[in-house]
Write a protein that binds this ligand. Structure first.
Ligand SMILES: NC(=O)c1ccc[n+]([C@@H]2O[C@H](COP(=O)([O-])OP(=O)(O)OC[C@H]3O[C@@H](n4cnc5c(N)ncnc54)[C@H](O)[C@@H]3O)[C@@H](O)[C@H]2O)c1
Length: 319
């Protein structure tokens, strides 16, 4: 891969993508990140092959300088949280919409050939039809969902009007190593795993019957790299999911059985902006990108639990 740049590359998914790009033969990867939720330590053992540019995608001049000479840009930088977009909508709009516009503009002006954009399954919102197919009308139910959808539309128009080859991938509930469980806005599985390892009951918002297409981060990395290469994908929007569907209650059951413990969950009021069910149709991604998910939920959870256990031991000074 020619001179790849990953915005948000110090974050959860971005730092796995950086590793995936290096493993796929990129000699060096540039990361553009303001370290809002990302961390330098996420890039620890690959640091020698990474140029980390601390820049804010809201600052056009800084960003354009950072993207100069890039071959492919993977745009993952965002404030990626539904509840945060409701409690504090201005920064998430500025980063997710204005920042995305800046990235696309800098790519068009700098002659970047392809941009792969991290879109979101939240675009499908309230529609009850399952699985979600890319041709369905979007129905965003939160500022975050609307912002990520606006990014897709911007990406497509930059393809149509300015010739940038954009590909949008609607990521479905990604989980895996380096997902940060330390904030109330964190992904549900990282919070579940923290509860599991601390032997405390997790808090489930609503009745736990809501379901998600949980997708292991390695599969997301795989489809993201394929999207950068697939010739026919330019201008397209693709689901990046596993194709399965699990309720929160069943995932908590599975985690308990992996760990051999019994810890009843606590239940609280449902969260605003949450959708009830989500599941990806993965036909178009298989056809156009040649992508087939490799990880079952159980295998992905086992690897993620093992990573968190190891990270906690390192932090506490154990071996
Ligand atoms: N995690 C999921 O389940 C999921 C689902 C759908 C879509 N996505 C999308 O995937 C992308 C990555 O999400 P993630 O889960 O890895 O989250 P993350 O918070 O770990 O990563 C986001 C990264 O963007 C950086 N960032 C934030 N604001 C910035 C700014 N103004 N300038 C430069 N960098 C900035 C953060 O520091 C962080 O490193 C996001 O675009 C998100 O919307 C994630």
């Amino acid at each position: 891969m020619n001179r790849p740049v990953v915005t948000g590359g110090a974050g959860f998914i971005g730092s796995s993508l950086v590793r995936g790009l290096l493993a796929a033969g990129a000699g060096r990867v540039t990361v553009v990140d303001n370290l809002l939720t990302g961390r330098e330590e996420n890039l620890e053992e690959v640091r020698g092959s990474v140029e980390l540019i601390r820049a804010d995608i809201r600052n056009y001049a800084e960003l354009a300088a950072a993207l100069r000479g890039a071959g492919t840009v993977f745009h993952l930088a965002a404030i990626p949280s539904v509840p945060r977009s409701i409690s504090d909508p201005v920064p998430s709009h500025e980063v997710n919409v204005d920042g995305t516009f800046n990235v696309l503009r800098a790519c068009a002006e700098g002659g970047v050939r392809r941009v792969v954009y991290a879109a979101s399954s939240s675009a499908y919102g309230g529609s009850e039809v399952l699985p979600k197919v890319e041709s369905m009308a979007p129905d965003p139910r939160s500022p975050y969902a609307a912002q990520k959808l606006a990014g897709e539309y911007l990406a497509r128009t930059f393809h149509l009007c300015f010739g940038v080859e954009t590909v949008s991938l609607r990521y479905f509930n990604v989980y895996g190593p380096r997902q940060d469980p330390s904030s109330p806005y964190s992904g549900v599985l990282s919070l579940f795993i923290r509860s599991l390892l601390e032997r405390t009951p997790p808090l489930i918002h609503g009745d736990g019957g809501q379901s998600r297409d949980f997708t292991f981060v390695e599969d997301v990395v795989d489809i993201t790299i394929k999207a950068a290469r697939a010739r026919s994908a330019a201008g397209g929007v693709y689901n990046a999911g596993n194709g399965g569907r699990y309720t929160l209650n069943s995932v908590w059951d599975l985690l308990q059985s992996i760990e051999g413990v019994k810890i009843p969950a606590r239940y609280g009021p449902p969260r605003g902006g949450d959708v009830r069910h989500s599941q990806a149709d993965v036909t178009a991604a298989a056809r156009d990108l040649g992508h087939r998910p490799r990880f079952s939920l159980e295998e992905g959870l086992r690897r993620t639990v093992a990573w968190h256990r190891d990270a906690r031991m390192k932090k506490s000074g154990g071996s």
